[in-house]
Design a protein around this ligand. Structure first.
Ligand code: PGA
Length: 268
């Protein structure tokens, strides 16, 4: 992490929590946030399923919980004959700030191509929200030595020919696919190495503004590894799946202090 960029911890609830359960979870979280607060420069977003967005938004506003509302996905058109889809425009009207685009589950299970992900970024930005763009390699790609090429290819596809000011508003989530939901986390060294590669590519694409982009790590983040990951110079946040469904675990991740272990070259 770096003081200028700040830290964003995002809770991706995936297809969990109906709206009753969502209300319960957000009420528990609200109590923890009120009681303990968060470190300075720390931002938190909650990404419930579409059906719980309104519930979470109301709870967060009523209780003045210092978290931003997030979504997990959107369609790239603002309206039209797209049965079953939800547009970025609709999310913006609900007070959503952050929208995840190109999560590996969307890419792998729902066939989202780089082109679709790019169009989704367009829609999110056009509607005044901030994308969290997910990138990451499979285990096979890592073993073959193709991880960096895969990740930079995904970045280029989504970000090239964009204005640097626009790129600066995007958050990148580096999520090695083999670490998602598996209990296997990238080591802090591996996470830092890839996030530094991502940083280099962002600077190539957007010039000095690339230094302002926040890069999250995601993949089996827990209260036990959050501090070490946040201690890496190019890790500016975490995208949390499983652990975001448990209020005390998610709060512990959100409030984790960066630790030095594994953060070779950290500047503080
Ligand atoms: P996980 O999911 O924390 O359960 O591994 C992370 C994600 O998919 O965003």
């Amino acid at each position: 992490m770096n003081d200028e960029r700040g830290v964003l911890v995002a809770g991706n609830w995936k297809m969990n929590e109906n709206h009753f359960e969502a209300l319960h979870l957000v009420t528990e979280l609200a109590a923890l946030f009120r009681q303990h607060g968060l470190p300075p420069g720390r931002e938190v977003s909650l990404h419930p399923p579409f059906t719980s967005l309104r519930t979470v938004q109301t709870a967060v506003e009523t209780d003045h919980v210092p978290v931003a509302l997030g979504a997990q996905n959107c369609h790239y058109e603002d309206r039209g004959a797209y049965t079953g889809e939800v547009s970025a425009e609709m999310l913006a009207k609900l007070g959503v700030t952050y929208v995840i685009a190109g999560h590996s589950e969307r890419r792998q299970l729902f066939g989202e191509s780089d082109e679709v992900v790019r169009n989704k970024l367009d829609a999110i930005l056009r509607n005044g929200m901030r994308p969290i763009l997910c990138v990451g390699e499979t285990l096979e790609e890592r073993r073959e030595g193709d991880a960096a090429a895969k990740v930079t290819g995904q970045l280029v596809a989504a970000l090239e020919r964009r204005r640097p000011e626009e790129v600066a508003t995007v958050t990148i989530a580096y999520e090695p696919i083999w670490a998602i939901g598996t209990g296997e986390t990238a080591s802090a060294e591996d996470a830092e190495e890839m996030c530094a590669t991502i940083r280099g590519e962002l600077v190539r694409l957007a010039g000095p503004r690339g230094e302002l982009v926040r890069i999250q790590y995601g993949g089996s983040v827990t209260p036990d590894n959050a501090g070490e990951l946040l201690g890496c110079p190019n890790v500016d946040g975490l995208l949390v799946g499983g652990a975001s469904l448990d209020a005390s675990k998610f709060f512990a991740v959100a409030a984790a202090a960066p630790s030095r272990a594994g953060a070779a070259g950290a500047s503080w």
